[in-house]
Design a protein around this ligand. Structure first.
Ligand SMILES: *[C@@H]1O[C@H](CO)[C@@H](O)[C@H](O)[C@H]1NC(C)=O
Ligand SMILES: *[C@@H]1O[C@H](CO)[C@@H](O)[C@H](O)[C@H]1NC(C)=O
Ligand SMILES: *[C@@H]1O[C@H](CO)[C@@H](O)[C@H](O)[C@H]1NC(C)=O
Ligand SMILES: *[C@@H]1O[C@H](CO)[C@@H](O)[C@H](O)[C@H]1NC(C)=O
Ligand SMILES: *[C@@H]1O[C@H](CO)[C@@H](O)[C@H](O)[C@H]1NC(C)=O
Length: 521
């Protein structure tokens, strides 16, 4: 019986891999969602470009999803396009670490709520070579608002400096760990996980609540560092290595009572001291000494605060900090040039996007908007902007949520690139899902951003970014927010003419022979 079932499964999958188009459901006044059920889910494979040819993938408001086209890559023609992008692979910028999403309690509970086949479809869609090839994840240390209830590890006994009762919860064992393991199995390169605490147990805090205002009691500074080390040890025991750790989620929230969910506030001075006196030595003196310590983990506007001002207070923190994490939620109001406070003054420290989602603002009454192309556009523009200011990666928030945008114990519902409809046993891939894939699948770890110059008309409505990849290709992501147009993409003496659909994102992949003679001729 088992054998027959298994055989059937293999046959279906074998036929399906890489050939399934989006099962589009049109949403009135929006774009489409792609529907996955137990027997069907869209997928696609990357096709390496041939010599003298480019491969382009397009997703659009009109409903195209990763539609593949090929074109000629050769000597420049005479006919001119009104817009051209000129690539210069000799001018190089940051090296890419990766792209991904967060395995919150909410994401993993939604995932587990689906039939096994659908669980597989979701993991394959995000991580496998038939999907977006995500290579990063963020995992909360204990609970967040995207949990069914507020909690932390070692809540009892109180005042337990030695953390004698630190055990993983059912959320870890039944939901998050299985989801991470499933992702690790499907991923095409090692998954780099970033771990973050939202709030420690209440007895460590100056105020006895998960949300609102509170700080860490001074007498528990070392305990809070050990609390992080213990997480590394526990996940390691399950065969899950952690790549990076942030120094508390959105530490501004807990200073100003900005959030009614799990938070803990820090001043820059205290944070700096905790890193220098406790967290830094604890990690560097452990078997996890290569862990990336990522400070900030707060909104773009706070970058100089959690970095430059903190380092003025406690310069020794530089010995421990590898980089700074930034969140998405003020990006519409704060110019990205603020990143230069880090990239220009501390060029050996990195910046990475650690959280983003749509629908989080109080004035956004609809938390989940199925099929919203506008939300995909905001993701695309933000990723292009961040990458253009040398960010090394971009990690989305919840990998999937339910139809309300939860569960969330604090009623802080938001949108996600995958929305699970448990009742009808299907999930919906939002336009934001494809937005992520236009970067994650084609810009593998180790890619290096290169210079692009635009000669343009101001009406071309284009955003773009380009990379040299370890696959010996050049990848250009172009976001067209205007009408259909043809652009020319040039490099050395070579040229491609590329048709861009109206309101569409196109990822272009070109062969690159790393050979100056070839480039110059
Ligand atoms: C779609 O847009 C039209 C025109 O703006 C509006 O009248 C209609 O109510 C909208 N339909 C939905 C389902 O939102
Ligand atoms: C699953 O989706 C496919 C493709 O859209 C469809 O043909 C099939 O009927 C669906 N199956 C179920 C059980 O809904
Ligand atoms: C340890 O933690 C568990 C789970 O929170 C709790 O039920 C138990 O009472 C704790 N043990 C002690 C000695 O406090
Ligand atoms: C823990 O410490 C707090 C503050 O010192 C105290 O009020 C509380 O009673 C202590 N709890 C236990 C179980 O000792
Ligand atoms: C590292 O651990 C050793 C042994 O526990 C200890 O002697 C040493 O002081 C520690 N170093 C730092 C920097 O904490």
């Amino acid at each position: 019986m088992m054998k027959i079932k298994l055989l059937l499964f293999i046959t279906i999958i074998y036929k399906a891999h890489g050939e399934n188009k989006c099962a589009a459901r049109e949403i009135p006044n929006e774009s489409v969602v792609c529907v996955c059920n137990s027997t069907y889910c869209d997928d696609f494979v990357r096709e390496p470009p041939k010599r003298n040819a480019y491969v382009a993938y397009t997703s659009s408001k009109s409903g195209l999803r990763f539609v593949k086209t090929e074109g000629h890559w050769g000597k420049q023609g005479k006919e001119k396009c009104s817009t051209s992008l000129t690539l210069d692979p000799t001018i190089k910028y940051q090296r890419v670490e990766g792209f991904g999403g967060a395995v919150t309690d909410a994401a993993s509970i939604n995932w587990k709520s689906m039939p096994e086949e659908l669980q597989k479809h979701l993991i394959r869609s995000y991580f496998s070579k038939y999907g977006l090839e995500y290579n990063m994840m963020r995992v909360p240390i204990g609970g967040t608002d995207f949990s069914t209830h507020p909690y932390a590890y070692n809540e009892l006994p109180e005042n337990d400096t030695l953390l004698t009762n630190y055990t993983l919860t059912i959320e870890d064992r039944k939901y998050k760990i299985p989801m991470i393991k499933a992702a690790m199995q499907e991923a095409t390169s090692p998954i780099h996980l970033v771990a973050t605490t939202w709030s420690p147990p209440l007895w460590m805090k100056t105020v006895d609540t998960y949300g609102g205002y509170s700080q860490l009691k001074k007498k528990y500074y070392q305990t809070y560092a050990d609390y992080h080390l213990k997480f590394l040890q526990h996940y390691n025991k399950y065969g899950i290595p952690i790549w990076g750790m942030t120094t508390t989620n959105e530490p501004i929230n807990g200073m100003f009572s900005f959030a009614k969910f799990n938070s803990m506030g820090w001043t820059v001075k205290n944070m700096g001291h905790w890193i220098v006196d406790n967290l830094g030595p604890t990690i560097r003196n452990s078997t996890f000494k290569d862990l990336k310590i990522i400070t900030g983990d707060d909104q773009r506007i706070t970058v100089p605060y959690w970095f430059n001002i903190m380092l003025r207070e406690t310069p020794n923190a530089l010995d421990y900090i590898d980089g700074i994490g930034v969140h998405y939620y003020t990006d519409q109001f704060v110019p990205a040039v603020i990143f230069e406070t880090v990239t220009k003054t501390y060029p050996n420290k990195f910046i990475i996007g650690t959280e983003a989602c749509e629908g989080s603002f109080p004035w956004q009454k609809e938390k989940v908007i199925l099929g919203s192309w506008k939300r995909a556009q905001r993701y695309i523009d933000d990723i292009i902007q961040d990458l253009s200011y040398n960010l090394i990666g971009w990690i989305d928030w919840n990998l999937c949520l339910d139809m309300r945008g939860g569960p969330n114990w604090a009623n802080n519902f938001v949108d996600s690139p995958i929305i699970v409809n448990a009742k009808s046993q299907e999930f919906y891939k939002q336009p934001m899902f494809y937005a992520m894939g236009h970067f994650s699948k084609f810009i593998p770890r180790g890619s290096v951003r290169i210079e692009v110059e635009k000669s343009f008309t101001i009406f071309s409505h284009l955003n773009y970014v380009a990379f040299l990849t370890p696959r010996d290709t050049i990848v250009v992501v172009v976001h067209n927010k205007g009408k259909k147009q043809t652009i020319s993409v040039k490099c050395g003496s070579m040229e491609a003419r590329v048709d861009l659909e109206e309101e569409a994102v196109t990822t272009l992949e070109l062969p690159y022979e790393n050979n100056e003679f070839d480039f110059g001729k």
